[in-house]
Design a protein around this ligand. Structure first.
Ligand code: PGA
Length: 232
């Protein structure tokens, strides 16, 4: 399988999301590549509607571990499913950095979403400091320690120093990290961190890289479609 997922982060309200998804429907996308977009919560319904009847999946960017309850600001898996959302990103490094999400919280979210039948892209990755200290493998091992293989689970390796910085891990670095993780948990793995049309083909040619989680370059339809084509 090859999966290209666009993480829109806090970009595109409902109006822009609808326009993007209608343009993506009309774009030249290759066969054999699974394509997913992950808009902000408020734009999910619009995206689901605009992509109805296509193979393009709509994912959320986060999801709570309970079905319902006193958890201000959160949404649950059944709520997302009611909207027609297919899956969710969990544990993105920005959630870990700015919202205090720990491995334990991420694990709870992952388990809950999988239990409810949502597809999950669980994000892991080391910071620049951890890589400089030679702790990359130790960090990756810790981050996947409590995850178990599941047919609906995909892991995204996103070195934190490569996200939004224009610094991409070399294909060899990404391949090495993916091999380490696949030895621990055998699930499909995406690479994320400054993926662009220019570097996508080389990264995706690595045997342990099964797709990409794309941030900045997923916000423009032509650029995102070009990455999808580079993956085929
Ligand atoms: P980037 O973001 O492609 O803008 O580096 C990737 C991500 O955060 O998922």
């Amino acid at each position: 399988m090859t999966l290209i997922a666009g993480n829109w982060k806090m970009f595109k309200g409902p109006g822009e999301a609808g326009a993007f998804c209608r343009a993506l429907r009309a774009a030249d996308l290759p066969d054999g590549v699974d394509v997913v977009v992950a808009p902000p919560f408020v734009s999910l319904a619009e995206a689901v509607q605009a992509l109805a009847g296509t193979e393009i999946g709509v994912f959320a960017q986060n999801c709570h571990w309970e079905e319902e309850g006193a958890f201000t600001g959160e949404v649950s898996a059944p709520m997302l499913q009611e909207l027609g959302v297919y899956g969710t990103i969990v544990g993105h490094s920005e959630r870990r950095q700015w919202f205090g999400e720990t491995d334990a919280i991420v694990t709870r979210r992952v388990h809950h979403c999988l239990e409810f039948g949502l597809h999950v892209i669980a994000c892991i990755g080391e910071t620049a400091e951890e890589r400089d200290k030679g702790a990359t493998h130790q960090v990756l091992r810790r981050q996947v320690a409590s995850l178990e293989p599941d047919p609906n689970l995909v892991i995204a390796y996103e070195p934190v120093w490569a996200i939004g910085t224009g610094k991409t891990a070399t294909p060899a670095m990404a391949q090495e990290a993916h091999e380490t993780i696949k030895d621990l948990i055998d699930v499909p793995m995406l690479y994320g961190g400054s993926v662009k049309p220019e570097n996508a083909a080389e990264l995706l040619a690595q045997p342990a890289i099964d797709g990409a989680l794309v941030g900045g370059a997923s916000l423009d339809v032509d650029t995102f479609a070009a990455i999808c084509r580079a993956a085929s």
